[in-house]
Write a protein that binds this ligand. Structure first.
Ligand SMILES: [Zn+2]
Ligand SMILES: [Zn+2]
Length: 133
């Protein structure tokens, strides 16, 4: 098992060791959500992921026009996990919230059309101008 948590520790998520998919996303919403040039989401089967603690939901329409529901800690504001319309069986967990230097590398890099120029993507990652699904 792995554990992801928010900045203050009030919201935690337990997941299996291996994500089904890891996506590095350069979309404008991930840039705003993280305050960083890109977000990295680890996707797991929804039934395998268990959240503990209160979360506040914020639904938005992504750059591909589909709904995404972010869940963030109401105390510290860290977004820890989210649900995506493109795959209702999946839950995305913010990869950085695991604090694991050995965390699996991304399988895909998406929305490269808004990628910050100096960001480099690991070799061998499948790259997409917009969405991959
Ligand atoms: Zn928190
Ligand atoms: Zn994104």
């Amino acid at each position: 098992m792995r554990e992801a948590r928010c900045g203050c520790g009030a919201l935690t998520v337990e997941t299996p060791d291996d994500p089904k998919l890891v996506i590095q996303c350069h979309c404008t919403d991930c840039q705003r959500r993280t305050g960083a040039p890109f977000g990295v989401g680890a996707y797991f089967d929804r039934n395998d992921v268990h959240a503990t603690g209160k979360s506040t939901a914020f639904a938005r329409t992504g750059d591909a026009g589909r709904t995404l529901e972010n869940h963030f800690c109401p105390v510290c504001g860290t977004t820890v996990f989210w649900f995506v319309e493109f795959n209702p069986d999946f839950v995305g967990v913010a990869a950085g919230c695991f604090n694991d230097p050995a965390f699996p590398a991304p399988n895909r890099s998406v929305f490269e059309r808004s990628k910050v120029k100096w960001v480099t993507v690991p070799e061998g990652v499948a790259c997409f101008d917009a969405t991959s699904v």
